[in-house]
Design a protein around this ligand. Structure first.
Ligand SMILES: [Zn+2]
Length: 269
């Protein structure tokens, strides 16, 4: 699933191209995951001017000049890719937008993603459901998020979008590796230094991943249809039984919070 660095990459690319342009035409190829549904959404979006495209948590938000927003959650396999105006739709495409001189396709192989048009109040209500952004807080503020509840394990805390927004399985595992913390550790067992190390590791990993335009572990593509290259820099995620890049011990895979979790049994305590 695209996480913070992947969605941030897409939003920056879309903002560069779409900012200031007007939606000229909307085509729904597969209905069912958009709100409001069908023609109603088409009528609403036509002639809307995109003021900016920004990320919040793992959401792509198109802000319109009238204060309303179009919010996409890509979920497992979604993409928003800029294409040529002569583009011929493919099997998994859901919607096509003609925006100024550009054309954009929202596609989704597994169909878990959704796109919602929200007024300013609905948008504000949605944002309340998410925890703080890891790249706007200071490390000491992030560290405080991992104090309670003491019995929760740190991997679950990192994945919980109400605790901290935008982190998923890849960057939870990578942050814990860099901080030297085993994913099963209870929050109550973490020292102040552990929490601080983790806070710094989270920011470091996310910033680096944005620099490399994200991780294409499965089928993630950015808004230009390119793969992210952070996958080569992963230390633990997806590296079961491969040697740890730091100590050589084989990377272990266990299940924590119902998610496949990778860590180095020697480097992470
Ligand atoms: Zn190691």
């Amino acid at each position: 699933m695209p996480e913070l660095p992947e969605v941030e990459t897409i939003c920056r690319q879309l903002n560069d191209k779409l900012k200031g342009h007007v939606i000229e035409c909307v085509t729904i190829l597969q209905s069912g995951r958009e709100k409001p549904a069908g023609q109603k959404l088409i009528d609403i979006l036509r002639r809307k001017k995109i003021e900016s495209v920004k990320r919040r948590a793992k959401l792509i938000v198109w802000h319109f000049s009238d204060g309303t927003a179009l919010v996409t959650h890509l979920k497992m396999t979604g993409s928003q890719i800029l294409v040529d105006k002569k583009y011929i739709p493919k099997k998994h495409d859901r919607m096509v937008f003609e925006i100024g001189p550009h054309c954009l396709v929202w596609a989704d192989i597994r169909k878990f993603g959704h796109i919602n048009y929200l007024d300013s109040k609905e948008f504000a209500d949605l944002l309340v459901k998410y925890g703080p952004e890891p790249l706007t807080l200071k490390p000491e503020e992030i560290a405080k998020l991992f104090i309670k509840p003491k019995t929760r394990n740190i991997k679950s805390a990192l994945l919980n979008q109400q605790v901290i927004a935008g982190i998923g399985n890849i960057y939870a595992d990578e942050s814990l590796f860099r901080a030297g913390i085993k994913p099963t550790r209870r929050l109550g067992s973490l020292s102040a230094q552990d929490r601080m190390n983790l806070a710094k590791a989270i920011q470091e990993v996310l910033k680096e991943a944005i620099k490399y335009k994200g991780t294409s572990a499965q089928n993630y593509y950015d808004a230009n249809g390119q793969k992210g290259s952070f996958v080569q820099r992963l230390n633990v995620y997806g590296r079961k039984n491969q040697p740890c890049k730091k100590c050589g011990a084989p990377i272990t895979r266990i299940v924590v919070a119902q998610r496949g979790t990778h860590y180095c049994p020697k480097c992470q305590k």
